[in-house]
Design a protein around this ligand. Sequence first.
Ligand code: TXA
Ligand code: MG
Length: 337
Amino acid sequence: MKNKNFEKKSFQKAANIIEKGEIVAFPTETVYGLGANVFDIKAVKKIFETKGRPSDNPLIVHISNISELEQLVDNIPKEAEILMKKFWPGSLTLIFFKSKLVPKIVSAGGNTVGVRMPDNKIAKEFIKKCGVPIAAPSANISGRPSPTSAEHVFTDFGDKVFILDGGSCKVGLESTVLDLTVKPFQVLRPGGISFEELKKVLKNIELHPALFNKKLPNKLKSPGMKYKHYSPEAKIILFSEKKMIENIQKIIIKYKKENKKVGVISTKETKNNYDLADLVLDIGSKNDLEKTARNLFKIFREFDEHKVDIILSETFSDKGIGFATMNRLRKAADNIF
Ligand code: TXA
Ligand code: MG
């Protein structure tokens, strides 16, 4: 894909664009972000407009050095220090009470702010060159799967945004969002750092109840929870473990009779069971949960490119990062069989 807005290591150019009040797409270890100077209200507004993002959904602020945190938050609980020491730079976003310096548009009117330090050389170099923290959601059109490569960002925005190309993202799913403004601390979104890993460091942590069922609670802590997210164009049906292969085979036949283009998300171990489907994409071995996490959004986008009508997906382990993979699949699914 040839495009002048698609460059490797042009940190200075990217920083100049930020300084002019424009937005830049940049890689992180989780997914690509669409960034602006956190203190520049007009620039942050451009992020919302470009993505088509609802204004009640706050942005995560990215820093390259711990010294940038103090200006953003009201106070830093001592447990936060432990978490930052262990997991930063990395795929953990911490929610603090915000300082007055953080514009309301960033926090979507709320009194808290999410901050993280990405574990990606290009991201860190870029933020450092900008000299200010960078507010950034995932660099996809709202509702589409998060981008895990520069090509994905280009598919959604074309020439509209400058893209710092950092290749494929190492984690492939977004960061874990942990709210430190409530006790016990609450995981609002599972992600790159697993609940088990967090628990090893701090006992006083729980999963938000909304993560256990598909029904939405009345009061939502993380506005992102209420949107149908991460979805490919096609309808997705998830198949639970009991008689999974057999059930998928039956439903392939049903949809083929209706002349639908049918895709299947399989594992390496099961991919040979679905010959009647139009496209079978193997997400990796069922025993390699890092790989299944890394491949999910890429696979969603591949099904879109092939314009399948329906995706039948196996379910995977909920252990470790598998919980985040299954969270994205459940959110994208229209039905669970
Ligand atoms: O890995 C990631 O987190 C990526 C990369 C670019 O850093 N970013 C990302 O941003 O996924 P976004 O905006 O697509 O998702 C952020 C999630 C949303 O569900 C949002 O509602 C939640 O974090 N969030 C952000 N700030 C929050 C806050 N102050 N309180 C509660 N939830 C918040
Ligand atoms: Mg997003």
